[in-house]
Write a protein that binds this ligand. Structure first.
Ligand code: T1G
Length: 697
């Protein structure tokens, strides 16, 4: 028996125990151990029932993702799973934590399942560009029916133990000790003379329903919602086999479809996104034993949209937070804004009234810096103007206790200069949240030149506590994400001057997989932000760095985006649906004329090259300057903060997939044709010429 799986007997019950930290993933040793243990229990005449239980925080959380892309090793999970189901003695899976993917498939191959009340079960393979490849697409529909199985498999979303019990996925929900619950259930099976109940043999849930119609509807929904995704459609085809083929054929069909997904570029990209999101939280050069300061209380300076969103992040994590505003009226408005924002979640059904009230007890308002004397962490979220920041940080320096973390949410101002407004620059760090702060997962943790290791480690721990994807970055204009999005925005505006329309650019970007088109996003955030940056740059950039003039013309016409009802698109009152702006063509034509540019037809591929390669070139510069510690951190930032499609892996992963030699050659052409902005990053040139990838760094 391998040490990751052990077998012992308790009376007439064989106990198979998995212990493969951190998540009991089904690596080859676990698969081997499961197969051997179930065979040994099957052969032992003293054994009348089998219990499968896991050590650690969770039941099996899936196949070992690290094995994907490597040569398969026997036994395969389907063989292990089919062997468990074929057993002649009743088997019971005891679920706790998260039984996900192959973990739930192993549980489904057991004859019975019980779950601790806080457990969750699910088949998230689609999030990795895969589909359940060990019988999940054949067995889950036999338990919950095709409709619910399609929802769970195509969304990848887990369900609670309670819902799983209601659906029949688990037979019982228990509280308390795992093995005791498992033994009690198994001994009752023995006492009641209950034998195996094989999921694969059930057909009742597949009958009497127009399953073909359900499949067709799901296909149509995917065509509309996720036309570019590879594995969801194959998930549907696999579930279709559950009611069109006998089990053995259906399992075979599932394996074929799984194999197609396994070799897809989208699977490689999504697995890259999964692991690199976790890697990003590891700070190069930070000693493992760096102390982390306590943070049991917080404050936010500024009760605007960002400030309230940030305060809600602390309240959501159970940390009491004070919002400091300049007047009682502004303070009260901020508290009300928090309550109203939570209220919207209650209306949507994603938050209970009780939870709203509990979180509101954690949010209070103050107007005096002296009230912040005891807080462990302060996040400044005031107007993006250095003079205002100076006043705030001088006040914090004068009032906050020694050791308090003094953070700025600034999105582009120089954190090193902000730190100089205090006598404790080593305690100053950037916590750059993304709007809406209580929703967006990305958090850029900005390390100033004087920020101490301890403060950086504490800032990363705060990010994790707030359930953010915390990525450490260095100080530069716009840090990583905004510095890159500026290049992307500028190129998309130039494309309008050269002949494209906002609708065409946005459609091409959405087809590429971006969550939002570039211009729909600009309308949402407001064109005045970009205009302010342009104005600042016109004063500082050398003349050869030309800037588009469309924003200026649109601002003159009062078009600032959704906030004015029109921008790159027009918006009917109360609607956020972008509609073509009839006034825009004249503005674009005038801008083209002024720039001396002959408007021409642009292809979607060209649009993608101009926007994506602008991101990649800037990303290479950021990497070279050490503002990001690894190329994959840039991918994580862009996926989690800017709607870059995870199934493309992130800008740098995408560049590697296209081939840096091709990207570099195109950027050299753009440099020739379009001038200074397109000077290739030296790192990109170097890697391209050496035939290497960003991933090789
Ligand atoms: N394989 C390998 N490593 C894994 C892993 C997995 N399935 N899941 C997590 N890890 C590592 C992770 O990289 C991290 O490592 C550590 O465990 C803690 O993870 C045939 C083919 C289970 C909800 O998709 O959703 O089964 O950074 O930080 O926040 O049909 O991990 O410490 O070195 O995320 O407590 C399907 C993926 C696989 C589940 C725990 N299963 N994992 O969250 O910890 S495909 C999944 C998660 C499959 C079959 C198919 C989460 C979690 P390190 P963590 P967490």
């Amino acid at each position: 028996m391998s040490d990751v799986v052990t077998l012992e007997r308790q009376g007439a019950v064989a106990v198979v125990r998995v212990n493969n930290p951190p998540v009991n993933a089904l690596g080859v040793a676990v698969r081997q151990g499961l197969e051997n243990s179930f065979k040994a229990a099957e052969a032992d005449p003293e054994v009348k029932a089998i219990v499968l239980v896991c050590e650690g925080n969770t039941f099996i959380a899936g196949a070992d993702i690290k094995e994907f892309g490597k040569p398969p090793q026997s036994p395969s999970l389907p063989d292990v799973v089919n062997g468990i189901e074929a057993g002649s003695k009743p088997s019971v899976a005891v679920i706790h934590g998260t039984a996900l993917g192959g973990g739930l498939e192993v549980a489904l191959s057991c004859h019975y399942r019980i779950a601790r009340k806080d457990a969750k079960v699910g088949l998230p393979e689609v999030k990795l560009g895969l589909l359940p490849g060990a019988g999940g697409t054949q067995r889950l529909p036999r338990v919950v029916g095709v409709e619910k199985a399609l929802d769970m498999i195509v969304s990848g979303a887990p369900i609670s133990a309670t819902e799983a019990n209601q659906l029949g996925v688990v037979d019982e929900v228990f509280d308390g000790e795992l093995l005791a619950a498992g033994l009690a259930f198994a001994n009752k099976l023995i006492a009641d003379g209950k034998g195996p109940r094989r999921t694969g043999e059930r057909t009742d849930k597949l009958e009497g329903v127009d399953n073909a119609a359900l499949v067709a509807a799901k296909r149509a929904e995917l065509e509309k919602k996720a036309p570019g995704l590879f594995s969801p459609q194959r998930c549907v085809s696999a579930v279709e086999a559950a009611f069109t083929l006998p089990l053995t054929e259906g399992l075979k069909r599932e394996r074929e479809l799984f194999a197609e997904c396994l070799v897809s570029p989208q699977r490689a990209a999504l697995v890259h996104a999964f692991f690199t999101e976790r890697l990003a939280s590891k700070v190069d050069g930070l000693p493992k034993d760096t102390p982390v300061r306590e943070f049991n209380s917080a404050a936010v300076i500024g009760g605007g949209t960002m400030g309230v969103g940030i305060a809600m992040c602390f309240a959501n994590a159970g940390i009491p937070v004070k919002i400091l505003e300049i007047s009682e009226d502004a303070r009260d408005k901020a508290i009300q804004r928090a309550r109203d924002t939570y209220g919207m979640s209650v209306k949507r059904g994603s938050l209970t009234e009780a939870a709203l009230e509990k979180r509101m007890t954690l949010i209070s308002g103050v107007t005096d810096y002296a009230d912040l004397a005891d807080v462990d962490v302060v996040v400044e979220a005031v107007f993006e103007e250095m003079g205002v920041k100076q006043k705030v940080f001088e006040a914090l320096d004068a009032n906050c206790k020694p050791g308090a973390i003094l953070a700025s949410n600034t999105s582009s101002l120089d954190l090193n200069q902000i730190a100089q407004f205090t006598k404790r620059p080593e305690d100053v760090v950037g916590l750059h949240f993304f709007s809406p702060a209580n929703v967006m997962r990305l958090l850029e943790v900005v390390r100033g030149e004087k920020t101490s290791d301890e403060v950086l480690a504490t800032a990363m721990a705060i990010g994790k506590k707030l359930k953010k994807v915390a990525v450490p970055v260095g100080v530069c204009d716009g840090f990583v994400g905004n510095r890159m999005v500026f290049q992307y925005g500028r190129e998309s505006e130039f494309l309008l001057e050269e002949g494209a329309t906002p609708e065409q650019v946005d459609a091409a970007l959405r087809k590429f997989g971006m969550a939002m088109g570039a211009f729909a996003m600009r309308d949402l955030s407001g064109l005045d932000i970009g205009l302010a940056i342009r104005t600042r740059q016109r004063q500082t950039l050398p003349a050869e760095f030309k800037l588009p003039t469309i924003l200026d013309k649109m601002a003159e016409a009062g078009m600032l985006g959704q906030k004015t009802g029109k921008g790159f698109y027009v918006y009917e009152k109360g609607s956020r649906t972008p509609l073509p702006n009839p006034e825009l063509p004249a503005i674009l034509a005038a801008a083209s004329k002024e720039q001396g540019v002959e408007r021409r037809e642009l292809s979607d591929d060209y649009i993608i090259e101009r926007t994506m390669y602008a991101l990649i070139n800037e990303g290479a510069k950021i990497l070279e300057e050490g503002v990001a510690q690894r190329a994959s951190d840039i991918d994580v930032i862009y996926i989690n903060g800017y709607g870059f499609p995870a199934h493309q892996g992130g800008p740098m992963f995408y560049a590697d997939a296209v081939g840096l030699d091709r990207v570099y050659a195109r950027i050299c052409e753009f440099h020739e044709q379009l001038g200074a902005w397109w000077k290739p990053a030296p790192l990109l040139e170097k890697l391209a010429k050496e035939g290497r990838k960003f991933a090789d760094l």
